[in-house]
Design a protein. Structure first.
Length: 309
C-alpha cells in the first residue's frame, strides 16, 4: 500500500454513489483514530493537512506519521494539502511528497483565481499530483480560514464550467451554504441543493468537494459544556443534508470541527473525572478512541464509504 492520488478513489465513489471522507490531522492521536476507523470500516481515506497544522506540528512530523499509518494499516491513503493559500505552499507540499494539494484562490477575482490555479495545476500535473481548487467563498472561521458572512458567495454554475475548463483542475470545492467552524448557521440550516444539482449536471466528470461539512454533533458540544466548556449555540450541517449532497454528486466531504469537538470532549471528561491523573496517555487515549468512533460513524452513516475497498 502507498500514498496515492484521489483520482481512482473519486472515480469509484462517483460510480458507487458515495463520497470519500477527508479528515484534517494535527497530531499522532488524531491520525491513529482516523486511520483505525477507516481500516475497520474498509473505507478509502483522505488525510489532509492545513497551513495551521503545518505550523503546529512541523510538516515533516505529519508526513512521517501519515507514512507510518500507511505501513501500519495497509491502506492506500491520499495526503492532501487543505486550503493552500499560494503557489509557494502548494509547490512545497508537492516537492515534499504530498499526493494532492488544494489551491484556494477563492478570495481573488475570477480571472486571478484561474491564473493562480492554472499555475499550480501545471506544476502539480507534471509531477503526478492532483489539484483541488475552490470557486465561491465559504463563510466562517476554522484554522487559518476566516471569511465574514457578508463576503461569502455561492458558486456560479456557469463560472464553474469555465473555471474547470480553463484551469484543468482535478476537483472543485463549491459553496452551497456550508461554512467553516462550529457556528455554521444562525437560523435553520439550509443548503442550495438546486445549485448543486445544476453544477453536477454541467460538470458530470468533475469531482465536487464540500468544505465546512462538520455536523457539530450535539453529544460532543454537550459533553464539552458539561465538563467546563463554553460553546453556546454551536450549529453544524445536519447529517441528512450531507448525505443528500453526496447523492447529488459530491465526492469528497471535509471534516475538521467534529474531530476537534470529539477530542476536546473526551479530554475534558477525562481530566475532570480524574483530577489526580497527570499522564497524558490517560486522557489522549480516550480522545483517540472518541475520534475513531466518530469517524466510523461518518464513514458508515454519512459519506457511505464502508466496505468499498
Amino acid at each position: 500500500m502507498a500514498l496515492v492520488t484521489s483520482t481512482e478513489m473519486f472515480k469509484k465513489a462517483h460510480a458507487g454513489g458515495y463520497a470519500i471522507g477527508a479528515f484534517n490531522v494535527n497530531n499522532m492521536e488524531i491520525i491513529q483514530g482516523i486511520v483505525e476507523a477507516a481500516k475497520e470500516e474498509q473505507s478509502p481515506l483522505i488525510l489532509q493537512v492545513s497551513a495551521g497544522a503545518r505550523k503546529y506540528a512541523n510538516p515533516i512530523y505529519l508526513k512521517k506519521l501519515v507514512e507510518a499509518a500507511v505501513e501500519d494499516s495497509n491502506l492506500d491513503i491520499v495526503l492532501h494539502l487543505d486550503h493552500g493559500e499560494d503557489f509557494e505552499i502548494c509547490k512545497k507540499c508537492i516537492d515534499d511528497g504530498f499526493t494532492s494539494v488544494m489551491i484556494d484562490g477563492s478570495r481573488y477575482p475570477f480571472e486571478e483565481n484561474i491564473e493562480l490555479t492554472k499555475k499550480v495545476v501545471e506544476y502539480a500535473h507534471a509531477r503526478g499530483v492532483v489539484v483541488e481548487a475552490e470557486l465561491g467563498k465559504l463563510a466562517g472561521i476554522e484554522d487559518d480560514v476566516n471569511v465574514n458572512a457578508k463576503d461569502a458567495t455561492f458558486t456560479d454554475p456557469d463560472e464553474a464550467v469555465e473555471f474547470v475548463k480553463r484551469t484543468g483542475v482535478d476537483s472543485l470545492a463549491i459553496a452551497i451554504g456550508t461554512s467553516h467552524g462550529a457556528y455554521k448557521f444562525k437560523g435553520d440550516p439550509r443548503l442550495d441543493f438546486e445549485r448543486l444539482e445544476k453544477i453536477t449536471k454541467l460538470l458530470p466528470n468533475t469531482p465536487l468537494v464540500l468544505h465546512g461539512a462538520s455536523t457539530v454533533l450535539s453529544e460532543f458540544v454537550d459533553l464539552c459544556n458539561k465538563y467546563g466548556g463554553d460553546i453556546p449555540g454551536a450549529k453544524g450541517v445536519p447529517e441528512n443534508m450531507i448525505s443528500q449532497a453526496v447523492k447529488l454528486g459530491v465526492c469528497k466531504v471535509n471534516i475538521d470541527t467534529d474531530l476537534r469537538l470529539a477530542m476536546t470532549a473526551a479530554v475534558r471528561k477525562s481530566i475532570i473525572e480524574n483530577p489526580t491523573e497527570f499522564d497524558p496517555r490517560k486522557y489522549l487515549g480516550p480522545a483517540r478512541e472518541a475520534i475513531k468512533d466518530m469517524v466510523k460513524h461518518k464513514i458508515r452513516n454519512v459519506v457511505g464509504s464502508s466496505n468499498t475497498l
